[in-house]
Design a binder for this molecule. Sequence first.
Ligand SMILES: [Zn+2]
Length: 211
Amino acid sequence: MGSLSKKLYLLRRFGNSLFTYNCASCGKAVRGKCLCAECSKKLLPAKVQGEAFSSAYCYDGPAKEVMLCYKFGDNYEFCRDTLCDWLLEGMAKLSADDIDAVVPVPSYKRKTTRLSELTKGFALLAELPCEPKLLRKIRETRKQHNIPYEERFSNLSGAFEADPSVRGKTVLLIDDIYTTGSTVSECSKALLEKGAEKVLVLTVLKTEKKK
Ligand SMILES: [Zn+2]
C-alpha cells in the first residue's frame, strides 16, 4: 500500500470532517462526526477476548445505529471513517505484532463491498497490507441472521477458500459484527487449512449477552 494512497485517503477523510451531518443515533446536527458528543459517551467498549480476538464496542445503542447506517444507509462513506477509527481502537487490545496481511470476510458475488472498503481504509491507517485476494467465498449461503443458531455453522461449512499464498502468513481477519463467531471461525479454518501461520480476528462490534 503506497504512501500516496494513504495521503489521498487522509485527504478524503479531512474533506468529510468539514461537513455537518446528523448524529446517527439522535439525529442532532453534528460537524465532522457521525455521532454527537452525548451519544459517543454511551458507547460500550467490548470486553477483551484474549490475544487473538478483539472488538471495539458492543453492538448496542449508538454503536449499533452507526453500524446500521453504514451497512444500509446512503451516508455510509462518512460512517466508514468512524468505523475505521473503531477498528484501530479494537486492534489496540490485540497482541498483534507481526501481521502480514489484513483480510476482510469476503462476499460471494461482489469483489468490493462496504466491508472490503472499510478494511482497506483501516489497513491504510494501521499501515498494514490489505490482501482481500487471500480469501474467497466459493458458494452462496443464507443470511446468518435469518437462521437458527444451530444451523449457522453448517450453513457456512466449506463456503470459504483461501489462496495457497497465505502459507506462513499471520492474517488479521476483519468483520463488521461478531455474533456467534460462525463466520470468522469458518474463515479462519479455511486460512489455516492453506497453511496460514496464525489468524487473528478483529471485528468492529460484538454482540454481548445482556445480564
Ligand atoms: Zn447523538
